[in-house]
Ligand binder design. Sequence first.
Ligand code: AMP
Ligand code: ZN
Ligand code: FE
Ligand code: FE
Length: 278
Amino acid sequence: MSLEQYDLHTHSRYSDGTTSVSEIARLVKAQGLKGFALTDHDTMRGWEEGRSAASELQLDFVPGVELTTRLGSLGVHLLGYGFDSADPRLTLRLRQIREARSHRAEEMVQRLAQDFPIDWEEIVANSSESIGRPHIADALVRQGIVRDRGAAFATLLSHTSKYYVPNDMFDTVEAVEIVTGAGGVTVVAHPAAIRNDEVLDRREIALLVDAGLRGIELRHPENNPQHIPALGQIAKDMDLLITGSSDFHGAGKANRIGDETTDAATVYKLREAMRFPN
Ligand code: AMP
Ligand code: ZN
Ligand code: FE
Ligand code: FE
């Protein structure tokens, strides 16, 4: 592995990771990487801590976010990097999304609470401003109902569970436009994650490229290798940058920092398109 590598997709306690941002920076340093991006779900709360932790360890910090979006019937996670965190259109939309996240999580908890001893207020007290299924999973673990987050996602919280409530408010094209409009660049996260039943096709990716999409996260621990050659060809044809990242969530997932990485030359190209690259 070349010396200059980045991990461009990590989650902290500001959303549904289990570690602090400073701990992420220490792990990045321990892996010998040059830098990392913090991409908490729907929040930029960790950016300041990311910048200072990185500078203390002489790491390069890329500010980011991960947005849960929907393109037709397909769930698409979108990474946004290097945008103005005070952009009015973006901050308004993110506030709406966090509210929708919270309502949706509360609805799932209400359904679960009919059969299991879990309590919404207790979950809120143990989560962040960006609440999601991982926080519900943690409550199920605390109550001894399931062993860990993975077991919760495989059973009670799965999208086929009767307790599941979909989270479908943000259109992918709109999300790409909003992040681009705020001066950032966008990358499709884990486009072939195993939990996806379907994968973006050429026409759909072209739609996103028209809206400003710049990259695709082809290297990700959960990408199904079967879909990678076709997606790689599309990326090449559309001049998309190819990234690799771990999607670290601390103890919440098996993914470790540096499991997949992105070279400095690619980060440089992404940065050239960012108006707020630091
Ligand atoms: P939500 O946004 O509420 O639908 O929850 C999705 C989040 O849960 C994403 O951040 C995923 O990384 C995380 N997640 C999905 N599957 C699992 C799993 N099996 N174990 C732990 N976390 C998961
Ligand atoms: Zn997450
Ligand atoms: Fe994701
Ligand atoms: Fe993620």
